[in-house]
Design a binder for this molecule. Structure first.
Ligand code: AMP
Length: 547
């Protein structure tokens, strides 16, 4: 790199995590420096650092299997006394994962460096300010300012090169000396406070990250490339405040029993999207959410949708919301049955995981609001004709609920067949990635389609209501008998309905089951549909007849 003029970047590293971060960069080598005595252990100098401590941190740094080379410092008095001991100590660092060792000093440790290199241990030199000499020097001082001192550093550098060291760290020397030494050597120089001309630079990683709190002033050569210390202080303070104000842990950070997979589950009730997203379901990935929107006053028909969703999805979310926007001015919004508490129990028993019960003001916060409008034949007949604006209200609430619940699948009853077709159209037109599933109509034993509104029927009305399904069966039988004229079927159905007093017919139609268009001749798949009021309660039912 020196020959190619590419500067060498190096940092200290003391642990596995930092080593992993460094490995994600193109930093060329890491130094498990005896600076850890100060940075990690809180000593005032590097003097107290033991070989076992550098071994310990070298192991941690090498655990990240970094692509950058690892150089480990030989601490104070672990070299320079007895060459045998030097070799043994250096070997411990190499065995711990170091690729090379670094020693401070020149002439005086020449034998020790030689014996290591002769025995195959790569050595990095360290000249200029030598932190391990801090006692002798009475403090950390700039080195090489005097000419004699500078001359000695240069001589030592040349001697180290001659011995075969792989590189030399130059610490806290004038820039001119850093330049002179670097130009005089073939091996690279790595500067720390040695100016701009050295072949590489090294910094203590905590210094460059802005984590170190310097006792006096920050050394001139240190530059903060981040303010991690500040971030840590802020994070710790926020954490402590959150604990003391009981905002941590919140719902998001607690383990809930895995409701879907345990028998004794309890349903979660939420009233806002934010609460919904705090449930464990919404923090898990790749969960298939099945959604059943309802207006409450639940019966077995609704619960059959929950059961189907449960069989096909990981999690079932139901909603209960009596949507004012789908009721006309003279319709039964006020008297629509509301039984939220028993609904929650029923949903829980059916295996529903979450029920979303929003307030009206949450769904429609103010008078200005966005409404979806459904146009075309699908809305022009049947309930679309007799309840103007109804399906716009339905489409609007369903789109809102879909956006909140974010299901993969949504379940609708075929009892509201026109609604089912319109919702299918809605998701297709708006490119919503939701599969709409139509579920068969659930009936009372006498054939009456289950409906929340049945609760509002008088006893007589309830008995009379069976005529609706009987009429559909009659129409179906006639078609199967070969009748092809729409008008005949419709007349037959009207006649049948009129057999009951106190019943007013809204419609009794035979239309194409796909388009809901009425043709004078029956198509091969016919939807027989009835809407009638009994006791002033509007009931609907339908039957598809293939012939
Ligand atoms: P509602 O609460 O009336 O808005 O109905 C909620 C969902 O339940 C809608 O998809 C309805 O079509 C469906 N549903 C209502 N009654 C029945 C029933 N008897 N059988 C099957 N699904 C039904």
């Amino acid at each position: 790199m020196k020959n190619a003029g590419i500067p060498i970047s190096a940092v200290t590293a003391y642990d596995y995590q930092m080593s992993s971060y460094i490995s994600q960069t193109d930093i060329d080598f890491m130094l498990v420096g005896d600076s850890l005595g100060m940075v990690v252990m809180g000593h005032k100098t590097t003097i107290p650092v033991r070989l076992s401590e550098i071994v310990h941190h070298t192991k941690a740094v090498s655990k990240a299997e970094p692509s950058a080379a690892i150089v480990s410092d030989m601490p104070f008095l672990t070299y320079g006394i007895d060459t045998k001991q030097t070799i043994k100590n250096a070997a411990k660092l190499i065995r711990a994962g170091a690729n090379a060792v670094k020693v401070e000093g020149g002439q005086k440790i020449i034998n020790h460096i030689r014996v290591m290199i002769d025995n195959g241990i790569p050595v990095m030199g360290h000249l200029g300010m030598q932190p391990q000499s801090v006692l002798k020097e009475r403090g950390f001082k700039l080195a090489g300012r005097r000419e004699s001192e500078a001359k000695k550093i240069l001589e030592d550098a040349l001697m180290l090169e001659e011995l075969g060291v792989c590189a030399i760290v130059l610490e806290c020397i004038p820039e001119s000396l850093g330049s002179q030494v670097s130009n005089s050597l073939k091996i690279p120089t790595i500067g720390i406070g040695a100016g701009r001309m050295t072949d590489g630079q090294i910094l203590v990683v905590n210094d460059l990250l802005g984590m170190t709190e310097f006792e006096k002033s920050k050394p001139k050569f240190v530059k903060h490339f981040a303010q991690v210390g500040n971030d840590i202080r802020i994070a710790l303070e926020s954490y402590s405040n959150a604990v003391k104000s009981k905002n941590y842990p919140s719902k998001q950070q607690v383990y809930l029993p895995d409701k879907h997979f345990t028998q004794n589950k309890t349903i979660t009730t939420v009233s806002k999207a934010t609460e919904l997203y705090q449930t464990d379901v919404y923090t898990r990935k790749n969960i298939k959410i099945g959604f059943v929107p309802t207006m409450g006053a639940l019966h077995q028909g609704h619960l059959s949708l929950i059961e189907r969703a449960k069989a096909e999805c990981d999690v079932v979310v139901a909603s209960i919301f009596v949507n004012p926007k789908q009721f006309g001015p003279n319709e039964d919004f006020a008297s629509y049955p509301r039984e939220v508490n028993s609904d929650i129990d029923k949903l829980e028993r059916a295996g529903c995981d979450i029920v979303f019960i929003p307030e009206k003001n949450y769904i429609y916060p103010n008078d200005d609001y966005t409404e979806l409008r459904i146009e075309g034949p699908l809305t022009e007949s049947l309930c679309g004709k007799s309840r103007p604006g109804h399906f716009n209200g339905v489409a609007t609430i369903v789109a809102k609920l879909f956006n909140i619940v974010k299901p993969q699948r949504a379940y609708f009853g075929l009892k509201d067949y026109q609604q089912y077709l319109i919702i299918k159209k809605l998701v297709s037109d708006l490119f919503m990635d939701i599969k709409i599933i139509g579920c068969p109509t659930f009936r009372e034993p006498d054939g009456l389609a289950m409906s929340s509104r049945n609760l509002n029927l008088s006893n007589t009305g309830r008995k009379n209501a069976t005529v609706i399904n009987q009429t559909l069966q009659l129409g179906a039988a006639k078609i199967k008998d070969g009748e092809t004229e729409t008008i005949r079927i419709e007349q037959l159905m009207e006649e049948s309905l009129r057999s009951v007093s106190d019943l007013s017919i809204d419609y009794a139609c035979a239309v194409d089951s796909e388009t809901l268009i009425r043709h004078s001749k029956l198509k091969s798949s016919v939807l027989l549909a009835i809407a009638a009021k009994i006791d002033g309660i509007r009931l609907i039912d339908n039957l598809i007849v293939e012939h």
